[in-house]
Design a protein around this ligand. Structure first.
Ligand SMILES: [Fe+2]
Length: 312
């Protein structure tokens, strides 16, 4: 199997205007917008599509959740041969629909909608990160970068809360062909598309208490400066931090999560682990220290932004 990563995520939302403003402030590019939908893109042309929750074309929500949430995630594959294989595997288990564009749609055992299409995302032009270390100077006579807003490069991963962790993990690995990167035994699995090098494209988390639903969607940025600049811009625009900024020991990235009117959270990441088949999966204890090496609980807060500090 040769899946390549996340290409598209569809949300059903209660507040279309609020959702549009969130993604604009987050730094995605507007592709099309009207009174009934909106499409935004990351730099590699991975897209977010948002529709009102009562739009009849939306895939059904999980657990009859009529509030704002993700309805479907589309993964890319290398060729139509991959689609044929996936369609055969999925047909043996339940309903799979192929649309007029050849995209196949189904739902996992817990009801989370997904699709596969021949990959359309484009390679990004990677920004150079130039850091000065004594003895290793990369930026001579040149000031460092400062960002007023983020411009996410790719959509890297989606996270679901699950109340049937093993069944769902077995489906992604054994039926869809995802690969296990790391795990919290009995608590969570990080899995990746077989031909992707992201540490994870899907994280399945059992938070207990029978919770089942979408948790967050993550985007990779080009530098730590962009993460702080983007996060400060979100804060200035009134968006509330879920947690961050901080750093995850598992996957190594810096993070900053914002509560999203589309449901769940949206996460900025920078400097995540990049892996291939030589990666050694590791089992981690599910502890606060392994979730975050360090973190602010509620963001910078308006009182910590520079203009507020200057004003005293
Ligand atoms: Fe994440």
């Amino acid at each position: 199997m040769h899946h390549t990563g996340i290409e598209k995520v569809i949300y059903g939302v209660e507040d279309l205007d609020g959702a549009k403003k969130f993604w604009r402030d987050f730094g995605l590019t507007s592709v099309s917008e009207d009174n009934s939908h909106a499409v935004f893109a990351a730099q590699n042309n991975a897209t977010i599509e948002i529709y009102p929750t009562d739009d009849p074309t939306l895939p059904p929500p999980v657990a009859t959740n009529t509030k704002s949430t993700v309805r479907e995630v589309t993964f890319g594959v290398r060729s139509t041969d991959d689609l044929t294989t996936l369609k055969a595997n999925l047909s043996a288990l339940g309903e799979v629909v192929e649309d007029k564009d050849g995209v196949i749609h189904a739902a996992d055992p817990l009801g989370f909608g997904f699709a596969f299409r021949v990959a359309q995302c484009e390679p990004i032009k990677p920004p150079s990160v130039e850091t000065n270390v004594p003895g290793n100077i990369k930026r001579l006579n040149q000031r460092g970068q400062k960002f007023d807003q983020a411009s996410p490069l790719i959509m890297s991963h989606i996270v679901y809360m699950t109340d049937d962790l093993e069944t769902q993990k077995d489906f992604y690995v054994d039926v869809l062909g995802f690969k296990l990167t790391d795990s919290y035994p009995g608590r969570g699995y990080f899995v990746r598309c077989a031909d992707a090098n992201n540490h994870h494209n899907v994280f399945l988390l059992d938070p207990g208490q029978g919770k089942r639903g979408f948790h967050h969607l993550a985007f990779e940025l080009g530098s730590i400066h962009e993460l702080f600049g983007g996060g400060n811009n979100m804060t200035r625009n009134g968006w509330e931090t879920m947690i961050g900024p901080g750093r995850h020991p598992v996957s190594s990235c810096y993070f900053w999560y914002f509560k999203n009117p589309c449901g769940g959270a949206a996460e900025y990441d920078f400097d995540s682990d990049v892996v291939d088949d030589n990666w050694q999966p590791q089992e981690w204890d599910s502890t606060p220290e392994n979730f975050a090496e360090w973190s602010l609980g509620e963001g910078m807060g308006a009182s910590l932004l520079p203009d507020a500090i200057q004003e005293g």
